[in-house]
Structure formats: C-alpha cells, structure tokens
Design a protein around this ligand. Structure first.
Ligand code: FAD
Ligand code: NAP
Length: 326
C-alpha cells in the first residue's frame, strides 16, 4: 500500500539551499523531511574543484555535498531518496505526490529545486546527446582522452569545463558568440594561458555532425555571427555550457515567475505568494546563482518557515481560547 508521510516542513531539493534549510529547520526542532530528487547533492556534484566556498580554499563539489548531507542528517533532518512529481498548493496542509508513490503531507514547504543545464535546441544536438554531446564535463570528460573537442559558451561553467577537459583532450575549442567572456577574471586568465585551449570568438554552433551507426560525433559546423561565414571543425565531442534554467516544473503554473522562469519571492525574503511556501536557491535567483547564496537562502527559508509555523500555532491557540460568539 502506498505510504503517507506527514511532516511540519517538507524540503524539496538536495543542493546547498535544501541541505542548509535542513540544518536550520532541524535545529529549530521542526523534524524536517528532505526529498533529494533525481540529482542528490545538486549541481555541485557535476563539478570538480570549488574554490569559493568559505572555509575551504579548495574542495571537490561532490565531497562538499556529501558533507552537507551528513550535516543535515546529523542535526535531525530526514533525507529521503525520492522525486516529487506534483504538489497540491490549494490548501494546507500541502500534499505532494512522488515518484515512489509516497504521499507527503506538510504544513510548510521549502522549494529548493535549483536549476538545470540549458540546451541550444538544435536537432543534431538532440540526436547526439549521450553519444558525443554532453552538458557535464566531469561526467563525460574521461571518454575524450587524446581527442579534439569543443565547449560552447562563455560563462563560468564553460570556462571551468574547458579547463577541466584539458586533462583528457588534446585540444579544446571554446566557441563563444562574443569576444568577451562572462566568466570570473581568474578563470579567464587560466583559460587564456592554457596552450590546449583555443577560443573561437564571435561564433555559434550550427550543427553537430556525425555518424549514424554507431552514433558518434565527427565534427561541428560553426557560423561567424557577423559575416555569416560557416565552416566545419573536426571534433569528437561537444560540451554545451550555455547556462542553466530554473527547475520550476512543480510550480510554474501556480507561483509567479520572472526573468525566464525564476520564482518570485517577496523582497528580502523567501516567501512566495502562497503563505507557507518558501523558495530558495537557484530556483529563485537569476542574479548570483552561487552555492553560498543558495545556502544563505536555504537558511532564510527555514527561519521563515519556523516563524510561519509558530504564528499558525498561535492563531490556532487563540481560536481555541476565544470560541466564536453565538
Ligand atoms: P541545485 O544545486 O541545483 O540542486 C537542486 C536540487 O533539487 C537537486 O538535488 C535536485 O535533485 C532537486 N530537485 C529538483 N527537482 C526535484 C523534484 N521534483 N523533487 C525533488 N527534488 C528535486 N557555485 C559556486 O558557488 N561555486 C562553484 O565553484 C560553482 N561551480 C559550479 C559548476 C558547475 C558545473 C555548475 C553547473 C554550477 C556551479 N556553481 C558553483 C553554481 C552552484 O552549483 C549553484 O548555484 C547551486 O548548486 C544552487 O543550489 P540549489 O540548492 O539552489 O540547487
Ligand atoms: P551563464 O553565466 O548564464 O553563462 C552562459 C554563457 O553561455 C554566456 O557566455 C552566454 O553568452 C552563453 N550563451 C547563452 N545562451 C547561448 C546560446 N543560445 N548560444 C550561444 N551561447 C549562449 O551560465 P553558467 O556559466 O552556467 O553559470 C551559471 C551560474 O552558475 C552563474 O551565476 C555562475 O557564476 C555560476 N557558476 C559559478 C562557478 C564558480 O563560481 N566557479 C562555476 C560555474 C557556474 P553571453 O555571454 O553572450 O550572454
């Protein structure tokens, strides 16, 4: 029989926002339940060195997330491997359905579903996904030992991926649509000094070219954004790193979103338009999108959920103390 789990606070997502909310909610004695989703640990599990997490000069992303999970559990947060498939926000307690068939019933919700890699939307990109086209260098870089490959994008992710891929590839072409990188200066310096990386400025990827049987990438067709001139460059792999979009599927028809789907919260707060529903991390943050800011918002969400639940308790107590006049 399908199980029902009841909790004061349900946290959806296991990135820095979710685990930090778990630590704070557990320390507030709210006995939170955290559902991890398809990517336990979130986006940082797809990277290697993290150099801007305070207190660690350098830490591996997956290690950091294992430590965050252990921290949340040690404080009393229950961590469950499951995926939330829908939430009924129309009344409280909120009722969430999950992939495992378990129903979660919660007085307050903390949404921390983060963000996911964006794709260019080319048919050839779709065709070769998993067969030479990837959005995760740490996952797939190893397959390209001694090969020539390409990274598309000019942000922190693209530059970090290009640098990481030089551990395996003989050459990495960084295809960027402008001649200025969005990545941090320290990463730009490393990129421009790396002899294995060749930036291809003012170009876009038009097509991934490869074989059908077996499915595999042989080249890419790129276009100069000003002249329109096209050319083919031989590559065995293409890593798309053009940013991330908020994972808002559970809420996009219910909560207000802006700037490409980020959930709107009240100023200086994680409160959404539905009382008792809080949103934290990359799901709401179109501006900073960092582990430390996500963790900060996770903290805020737990503190705000605690305050919300306390106020509900006080209201209920007042109702009991003062029955309605006849
Ligand atoms: P995420 O980390 O995106 O986690 C979202 C969580 O929600 C996941 O656990 C997922 O499983 C879960 N989830 C989603 N949908 C559901 C569902 N339906 N049910 C249940 N769970 C669900 N930031 C830095 O500060 N420093 C760095 O060095 C750095 N490097 C990065 C490198 C890469 C390659 C990438 C992609 C990002 C990097 N970032 C870095 C950004 C950082 O990873 C994010 O800002 C941060 O992870 C966002 O945290 P979050 O908790 O909001 O969400
Ligand atoms: P991002 O900063 O949004 O950069 C996306 C890049 O892809 C930009 O250079 C953009 O070009 C390009 N791009 C977007 N759409 C494109 C398209 N359709 N065709 C071609 N190019 C396209 O995304 P991100 O690099 O994934 O970073 C996301 C967030 O995570 C950021 O806040 C970042 O700081 C954070 N992060 C941090 C670290 C770190 O701290 N070390 C590491 C990774 C990620 P334009 O520049 O022309 O817009």
């Amino acid at each position: 029989m399908a199980a029902t789990r009841t909790t004061k606070v349900l946290i959806i997502g296991s990135g820095p926002a979710g685990y930090t909310a778990g630590v704070y909610a557990a320390r507030a004695m709210l006995e939170p339940l955290l559902v991890q989703g398809i990517e336990p640990g979130g986006q940082l599990t797809t990277t290697t060195e993290v150099e801007n997490w305070p207190g660690d000069t350098e830490v591996q992303g997956p290690d950091l997330m294992v430590r965050m999970e252990a921290h949340a559990k040690a404080m009393g947060c229950e961590v469950v491997q499951d995926i939330i498939t829908s939430v009924d926000f129309s009344k409280r307690p909120f009722v969430a359905q999950s992939d495992s068939g378990t129903t979660y019933v919660a007085d307050a919700l903390i949404l921390a579903t983060g963000a996911r890699a964006k794709w260019l939307g080319l048919p050839s990109e779709e065709k070769f996904k998993g067969f030479g086209v990837s959005a995760c260098a740490t996952c797939d870089g190893f397959f390209y030992r001694g090969q020539e490959i390409a990274v598309i994008g000019g942000g922190n992710t693209a530059v970090e991926e290009a640098l990481f891929l030089t551990n395996f590839a003989s050459k990495v072409t960084l295809v960027h649509r402008r001649d200025e990188l969005r990545a941090e200066k320290i990463l730009q310096d490393r990129l421009l000094k790396n002899p294995k990386i060749e930036p291809l400025w003012h170009h876009t990827l038009e097509e991934v070219i490869g074989t059908d049987s077996p499915l595999g990438v042989e080249a890419m067709r790129v276009k100069h954004v000003d002249t329109g001139e096209e050319r083919e460059i031989p590559v065995k792999g293409v890593f798309v790193a053009i940013g991330h979009a908020p994972a808002n599927e559970l809420v996009k028809d219910v909560l207000e979103t802006h700037m490409g789907g980020y959930v709107v919260t009240k100023p200086d707060s994680t409160e959404t338009s539905i009382p008792g529903v809080f949103a934290a991390g990359d799901l709401t943050d179109h501006k900073y999108r960092q582990a430390v800011t996500s963790a900060g918002m996770g903290c805020m969400a737990a503190l705000e959920a605690e305050r919300f639940l306390a106020e509900q308790g006080e209201d209920a107590a007042l109702e009991v103390a003062a029955p309605a006049a006849e």
